[in-house]
Design a protein around this ligand. Structure first.
Ligand SMILES: NC(=O)C1=CN([C@@H]2O[C@H](COP(=O)(O)OP(=O)(O)OC[C@H]3O[C@@H](n4cnc5c(N)ncnc54)[C@H](OP(=O)(O)O)[C@@H]3O)[C@@H](O)[C@H]2O)C=CC1
Ligand SMILES: O=C([O-])CC(=O)C(=O)O
Length: 274
């Protein structure tokens, strides 16, 4: 059972105060019904003094692996390399972990079993994507295929391991270039900081080995564009989203908002959408 504050609020900890974590911590501090920001973990406290000093109710500053001691819900918004260090101790204590670096979950899927064995939960928000409610619903029946095409500006792809390993020059592109076509599992390996959305889609639907993904470097777009097509026995649907990049060009602004929406649903009286 989750412990509660004296006022019966759920305590939330935020791991990583980058483009996503900063917005979530700020929203919690400004007030989300039934929730309180209890702790944060950062790599370099000096870098975050301004933000931490501006919060109305300063949270505890803790190491990543102690966040679960101070919170009922631990929100992971650090690089995927830190996923295990954040989620494992939290779910071992029976806490809920909200995971945004969802690509990293594929190599750490035993965490789901660990959570199950200890009464913890792992929550994956829709994040920078759209329509996981419909994909979840279709998956109750039979999904025949899920295809996703992602187009990103050059800055949103720079440094991806797939690009580096294949020595692809994307800096001087004048027209769109298809970089990759394959499964969501392969996409997550080659583009770990760019294709979390493909993994979230796959976990909602037919899994990482049956979700087909194309990735384009596109100098003609300024947004991270994802188009998805689903064929199932209950519905056929196409969805697309054009994300405004945040201070981190790899990350759409809507990602933090999606997590805030998920957190709101934990205690709100009226909850809309699955
Ligand atoms: N699910 C989805 O739809 C999406 C997921 N993402 C993923 O979300 C994650 C966060 O993205 P974003 O906020 O843009 O990334 P940022 O790079 O902006 O922020 C990551 C933060 O984590 C901090 N950090 C790194 N190591 C540690 C550590 N050991 N302890 C504490 N903090 C640490 C960094 O600190 P410092 O500033 O010191 O480097 C940084 O502030 C990424 O993995 C990204 O790929 C992104 C977009 C969409
Ligand atoms: O999935 C990701 O990691 C980021 C992304 O595509 C986006 O922000 O649109």
């Amino acid at each position: 059972m989750a412990e509660r504050t004296a006022s019966n609020e759920l305590r939330v900890a935020v791991a990583g105060l980058g483009s996503i974590g900063t917005k979530i911590a700020t929203a919690l501090d400004q007030g989300i019904e039934g929730l309180t920001l209890s702790a944060v973990a950062v790599r370099d406290p000096a870098k975050h003094q301004k933000l931490l000093g501006s919060l109305r109710r300063p949270p505890s500053l803790l190491p990543l692996d102690q966040l679960g001691d101070a919170a009922d819900i631990v929100v992971e918004c650090a690089p995927s390399s830190q996923l295990r260090a954040i989620v494992e101790p939290a779910v071992k204590r029976g806490r809920a972990a909200v995971v945004v670096s969802v690509g990293g979950l594929l190599d750490n899927f035993d965490l789901v079993d660990l959570a199950r064995a200890n009464g913890g939960r792992i929550l994956v928000p829709t994040g920078a994507l759209i329509g996981l409610d419909a994909v979840n619903a279709a998956a109750i029946g039979t999904i025949h295929s899920v295809k996703m095409v992602t187009r990103k500006p050059i800055d949103g792809l720079k440094g991806a391991p797939f690009i580096v390993a294949n020595n692809i020059d994307i800096d001087n592109l004048r027209e769109p270039l298809k970089l990759f076509e394959g499964t969501a599992r392969e996409a997550a390996k080659g583009f770990p900081a760019n294709l979390n959305v493909a993994v979230a889609l796959s976990l909602a639907g037919v899994g990482p080995d049956r979700t087909q993904v194309q990735i384009w470097a596109d100098p003609t777009v300024t947004r991270n564009v994802h188009r998805i097509e689903v064929e199932s026995d209950s519905a056929r649907f196409s969805m697309s989203i054009e994300n405004v990049p945040s201070e981190n060009p790899k990350t759409g602004l809507i990602t933090a908002l999606s997590v805030i929406a998920l957190l709101r649903k934990q205690r709100t009286t009226l909850s809309v959408g699955t």
